[in-house]
Ligand binder design. Structure first.
Ligand code: AMP
Length: 224
């Protein structure tokens, strides 16, 4: 199964992609996580991406497309895309790359969330630089303040999670990424999901959409 999860920053794409990947045995391909690994490894790509990411701007399409089409090729058995595509051009190039591989996207989910919720979620987000675990100062605090539950590493705030940068990331989203939803609507079914609520509730809604419809047993035949 090949799934694309769309939504503004802070809509819960990372959280729900992880849950979807675990439940359906898919590879979670997060463009943001891949870029952060490239930066941590000091690669050429990481260095090129750094200034764009810290300013809350998009990394140029050519860099992203090459990185993501490579990752997708290696995960051909099934994946869930998180943070990609983020421009109409990226979506278009992805469609062409998948067509050339003789595949396509099976499902597109669009997480919808209010701006005020985005700002509250992102500015409260803290993560472990060691293992990648993600917390929220109010909604999902670690057991000991500012320390990772798993390995005791001090938690950090991503440089692009400050309120000023979040506002810029939202502007970038409306200008460059929201048109991707319309691009997809023109040729695919896009499932809109209200993602303002609790993550467990949103996950249940997502699973109901993704789960194959239950087979009807013979006992149901003829019933209304
Ligand atoms: P994320 O973790 O998905 O919020 O991504 C963090 C940052 O990485 C974004 O603000 C962009 O600077 C960059 N980024 C991630 N995915 C993409 C993409 N598909 N196109 C361009 N830039 C991206």
């Amino acid at each position: 199964m090949r799934i694309v999860l769309l939504g503004a920053p802070g809509a819960g794409k990372g959280t729900h992609c992880k849950r979807i990947a675990d439940r359906y045995g898919l590879v979670h391909l997060s463009s943001g996580d891949i870029l952060r690994r490239e930066r941590a490894g000091g690669t050429e790509l990481g260095k090129k991406a750094q200034s764009y990411m810290d300013a809350g701007a998009l990394v140029p399409d050519d860099l992203i497309v090459e990185m993501m089409t490579g990752a997708i090729r290696q995960a051909a058995a099934g994946y869930v895309l998180d943070g990609f595509p983020r421009t109409v051009n990226q979506a278009d190039v992805l469609d062409q790359a998948l067509a050339a591989q003789g595949t396509g996207i099976d499902m597109i989910l669009n997480l919808r969330v209010d701006d005020s919720v985005v700002v509250e979620r992102i500015t409260g987000r803290r993560s472990c630089p060691q293992c990648g675990a993600v917390y929220h100062v109010k909604n999902m605090p670690p057991k000991v303040a500012d320390v990772c539950d798993r390995d005791g590493t001090p938690l950090v705030q991503r440089p692009d999670d400050t309120e000023e940068v979040v506002r810029h990331r939202l502007e970038t989203y409306y200008r460059q990424t929201e048109p991707v939803v319309d691009y997809y609507r023109a040729g695919h079914a896009v499932d809109d999901i209200d993602a303002n609520g609790d993550a467990d509730v949103v996950a249940e809604v997502i699973f109901r959409r993704v789960d194959p419809p239950a087979k009807k047993g013979p006992g149901r035949r003829g019933k209304k």
